[in-house]
Design a binder for this molecule. Structure first.
Ligand code: URA
Length: 203
């Protein structure tokens, strides 16, 4: 789909972009409301996740559910202030399948990620963060415009012309066996510290 043809209007502010996003139909199955990014323009770091989850969809804010709590803890340990960072997602609607009363997260396809790239690119152009952090493979795909293997690609990487850093998604740690989580969390914190250091040096 040629998203640019569908959305010819170029937003001149984040507020305008978010109004357009709120009015845009969801591209993923199940999606109800759009969850916009949040945080200041010219943030040191923009943290980009995959897509809003159940809690984010209810509250209309990114990373406020279990993955967000873990992200918050990691940011705190890394000395990164969430309020001073820009937090957003590659896909702007919650994609899910219903099982009884539960809404189960469903991974976006590469085509869906491509569709939402139009929004993400404009968002980042308007925010102008010093460095973008891809949290997991979906964010890396959206930011790079091509698949990135997180194992090999983890670390600093130019993401389609933007200074970037690729790391894991916090939900990946939540899905790990209990005994592996502490080490994975420490490595995640170390990544966030390195990303912060790079962004500060890029001043
Ligand atoms: N996972 C994400 O990628 N983003 C959120 O906002 C929440 C969970």
């Amino acid at each position: 789909m040629d998203a640019a043809k569908e959305k010819p209007e170029e937003p001149r502010s984040l507020a305008q972009l978010n109004r357009m996003l709120a009015a845009a139909p969801p591209m993923v199955e199940g999606g109800t409301r759009a969850v916009p990014g949040e945080g200041p323009r010219h943030a040191l770091l923009a943290l980009v996740g995959e897509q809003p989850g159940d809690q984010e969809d209810r509250e209309g804010r990114p990373f406020v559910g279990p993955a967000g709590w873990l992200l918050d803890r990691a940011l705190q340990e890394a000395g990164v202030e969430r309020d001073k960072s820009y937090v957003t997602n590659a896909v702007k609607h919650f994609k899910f399948i219903r099982r009884g009363k539960r809404r189960i997260h469903s991974k976006p396809t590469a085509g869906e990620v491509r569709h939402y790239r139009w929004w993400l690119e404009r968002e980042l152009d308007l925010v102008q963060p010093r460095l973008v952090v891809a949290l997991g493979a979906t964010a890396a795909l959206a930011l790079a415009g091509k698949p990135v293997a997180i194992g090999r690609g983890r670390g600093p990487m130019v993401l389609d012309g933007r200074p970037g850093y690729v790391t894991i998604h916090p939900s990946f740690i939540l899905r790990m066996p209990q005994e592996d989580r502490a080490a994975a969390f420490r490595a995640f914190v170390a990544d966030l510290k390195k990303a912060k250091g790079l962004a500060e040096r890029a001043a």
